[in-house]
Design a binder for this molecule. Structure first.
Ligand code: PLP
Length: 371
């Protein structure tokens, strides 16, 4: 046995069986590999406008305090968020991205012998967080339109279930659960179950049927809503997200949280970005236009798209996606393969600027004639 296997064998069973999250390919990596310069990255649902200018300025200013530990309670950001969301500050838990919050939830409520339920095609972090907690995850088959099937999810709940994860909208499919559907689900979920509604794309979601779950926290005390500054606010690199829940849940999450899980520039940037209405409006408008541009362009190539209310689009290629992904890389365009979701004939593309979308569509047209 080599050293790698020997040491690997020392880890607990759950960790041994984990496969790490596969992030989008970094621009620098493709530059190193192919010596390309003009690279377009539409692989991680990042904001094509860059960071919120108010957020960036606040982060730069805050760096002067980089020798200090951050406020471990995030008082300023929580107070600002509480006013913005019209919820009590005690109901907010801050995280190093909302990914951190999802892991806190798994650590607080799961253990060996306990279970969680999520949908087929749901965000890859849920199974990872469940498995890292050595709990059992159950996958409910998705609907034919790739969306969550809440009835199928309900049917998988047992007395050992502690968590249900609902991505609204879901990544990578862009599908969402409507307000009435979600409310009906919450009202029949058994009492031992916490429901996590992951709203990472809340600020982009524009549909009358899309619910604002925060308004339901008083009726459903076992609901956790997670959101992030990574997507519409353009602060993915700073890592700040949050959960809103009953204060009793926030209290539990705070017990497993690292004392200083959000850094000084991230706290300052997030707080300032909340005031950046102009940036948010611009981001939404650019996304709306880009979504139309991409959808029409992809359909004009004879390919399928799944209707999305996020800032990304699932493209059905009707042929193996791996070769198309690789060929797009050689054209300097990075998108996201989703074979790890069981979608081997799809790619996920982030809505970029008009120019980036154009580059992607042109590259895709070129590539499709060769594969
Ligand atoms: C991007 C994303 C997140 C988390 O992003 P953070 O950067 O950790 O806040 C959470 N859920 C979904 C569905 C996402 O796509």
């Amino acid at each position: 046995m080599d050293m790698h296997e020997q040491i690997g064998g020392l880890a607990n069973t759950s960790v041994r069986q984990l496969s790490p999250y596969q992030p989008g390919k970094p621009i620098e990596e493709l530059q190193r590999e192919l010596g390309l310069h003009e690279i377009v990255k539409l692989a991680s649902n990042e904001n094509p406008l860059g960071p919120s200018p108010l957020g960036l300025e606040a982060a730069q200013h805050a760096l002067r305090e980089a020798h200090r530990y951050p406020d471990g309670n995030g008082f300023g950001l929580k107070r600002r968020l509480a006013a913005h969301l019209d919820v009590p500050a005690e109901s907010i838990t801050l995280g190093n991205g909302s990914n951190d919050v999802l892991e806190l939830v798994a650590r607080a409520f799961l253990a060996p012998g306990l279970e969680a339920v999520y949908s087929q095609y749901a965000f890859a972090v849920y199974p990872l967080a469940v498995q890292a907690a050595a709990a059992q995850g159950w996958v409910a088959a998705a609907r034919p339109d790739y969306g969550h099937d809440l009835e199928a999810m309900l049917a998988l709940i047992t007395p050992n279930t502690r968590l249900v994860f609902i991505a609204n909208p879901n990544n990578p499919t862009g599908t969402f659960v409507s307000g009435p559907e979600l409310r009906a689900f919450l009202s029949v979920v058994p009492e031992q179950v916490i429901v996590v509604v992951d709203e990472a794309y809340f600020e982009y979601a524009q549909s009358d049927a899309y619910p604002d779950c925060l308004r339901w926290l008083e009726s459903f005390p076992r609901l956790i809503v997670t959101r992030t500054f990574s997507k519409a606010y353009g602060l993915a690199g700073l890592r700040v997200g949050y959960a809103v829940s009953h204060p009793a849940i926030a209290d539990l999450l705070n017990r497993v949280r690292q004392p200083f899980n959000v850094g000084v520039p991230a706290l300052a940037a997030a707080q300032a970005a909340l005031d950046d209405r102009e940036f948010l409006d611009r981001s939404r408008a650019l996304n709306r236009a880009g979504m139309v541009q991409l959808t029409e362009g992809i359909q004009a190539l004879g390919l399928d798209t799944v209707p999305s209310i996020g800032n990304f689009l699932l493209v059905g290629l009707r042929r193996p996606a791996a070769a198309v992904y690789e060929a797009l890389l050689r054209q300097g365009v990075i998108v996201r393969p989703v074979a790890n979701y069981g979608l081997a004939e799809h790619l996920r593309v982030t809505v970029g600027s008009a120019g980036e979308n154009q580059r992607f569509l042109a590259a895709l047209r070129t590539v499709l004639t060769d594969v």
